[in-house]
Design a protein around this ligand. Structure first.
Ligand SMILES: C[S@@+](CC[C@H](N)C(=O)[O-])C[C@H]1O[C@@H](n2cnc3c(N)ncnc32)[C@H](O)[C@@H]1O
Length: 216
């Protein structure tokens, strides 16, 4: 892995011409995606995001001459992102656990940021809070299932970058970086972890983690 990818500094705000909705607080900045797309892909490559959110990965991929694909479970987010993409037909409004059933082409690269769950919460963001699927262990098991499906559509040798944070809630600490890394590692080989320091913004989380995996 190239040396520079052990630590990078990325502006958190105001680096993009596109105006995102005010409620888009859980998205990552375009410049973060650009750094990894630049490192791991070439023009024409297929770039996937199983938790598309407001479409940041897809917008950057398209701007850089790559072909974006993605899945987003929330209808409003899906519509907002798809409406602005030339490749809108590659974006699906669906649950990523079904990745393997959509007849998607093999992808060259994936970059994503999953929804976060604190270990002491019951509300599982992967099930939209359905009480039948409460609990951190269920969340992690579902995460592993989603990445198992992702593995079936990634080309051999392709990289998968997962951005995530450890969570601090008062005295409760959730080692989400470790736990998501373990879930993803059931189907990918972890190659590294890039520490990212946010320049400007985010006093609560001045750093983030980008885990880099390879489909073997
Ligand atoms: C942290 S956000 C991603 C933000 C995105 N990186 C961006 O820059 O806009 C996680 C997203 O995953 C979506 N999501 C949660 N569970 C999902 C599932 N099972 N399948 C697909 N999307 C899901 C949420 O609706 C949310 O938009």
């Amino acid at each position: 892995m190239p040396d520079f990818l052990e630590y990078i500094e990325v502006p958190f705000t105001a680096d993009e011409g596109r105006v995102y909705p005010e409620e888009a607080e859980d998205r990552y900045p375009e410049s973060l995606v650009r750094a990894f797309v630049n490192e791991f892909t070439k023009p024409g490559d297929k770039v996937f995001d199983p938790f598309l959110g407001f479409g940041t990965t897809a917008f950057v991929a398209e701007d850089m001459g790559r072909i974006p694909y993605g899945i987003e479970a929330d209808g409003e987010r899906y519509e907002w992102a798809a409406a602005q993409l030339e490749h809108w037909m590659n974006i699906l409004h669906a649950d990523s656990v079904d990745i393997g059933s959509f007849k998607l082409p093999r992808m060259d690269f994936c970059m994503t940021s999953p929804p976060y769950m604190p270990a002491h919460h019951k509300w599982n963001p992967l099930y939209g809070g359905d009480p039948a699927y409460a609990g951190y262990d269920t969340y992690l098991a579902r995460m592993a299932e989603i990445f198992a499906g992702l593995s079936s559509i990634m080309k051999r040798g392709a990289r998968v970058v997962v951005q995530c944070d450890n969570l601090h809630h008062g005295k409760v600490f959730t080692p989400l970086v470790r736990d998501i890394g373990t879930a993803v590692s059931q189907n990918f080989r972890q190659e590294g972890e890039v520490m990212v320091r946010w320049l400007k913004g985010r006093a609560d989380y001045p750093y983030t983690h980008c885990l880099v995996f390879k489909k073997t």
